[in-house]
Design a protein around this ligand. Sequence first.
Ligand SMILES: C=C(O[C@@H]1C=C(C(=O)O)C=C[C@H]1O)C(=O)O
Length: 173
Amino acid sequence: MLPDWYPADRHPAPPPEPLFNWLCHEGSLTQRLTEAGNRDFRVELLQQAPQPAREDEAQALGLAAGAPVWTREVLLHTAGAPRVYARSVAPPSALGNAEVALDNLGTTSLGHLLFRNPQIQRGPIEISRYPAAWLPATWRAEGLWARRSHFSDGALQLLVCEVFLQGWPAAGT
Ligand SMILES: C=C(O[C@@H]1C=C(C(=O)O)C=C[C@H]1O)C(=O)O
């Protein structure tokens, strides 16, 4: 099942607040998660390795389905638990000058790299429900909401997808 990725402001039935506000947040999610937590934000690296692009990723990046892409999957923890699963992909030929920095990120947030470089621009945010089967087994749930956007500085072409795990955002965040 391929989710229909919708422009955030035109989803047929937008999710409730505060989730919709988080999905459309144009700043750094790392920064917002840090502020919403108990000074306990951290990145848990699940894997970072070349993988075949999923069909929706290949379509968004203009690649053939299954083309190899640089892939990074993390859990973003704050307020005592994992709150966001994120999967970022890029064509190996489109890592640009960020290649070394990306390969050496480890548990440093990708956001620090993307938001400190004014050359890197973010495209429109799209939102969708996220297929449970695409999530790591521990975090699988039906109907979770996700957002994705494209970061580019011309050479870099990076698709970042963030899935809000059950129970987040908490009310009042
Ligand atoms: C793009 C950002 O970076 C976050 C950090 C990520 C990582 O370290 O892999 C992935 C997705 C983002 O939620 C951000 O902070 O907004």
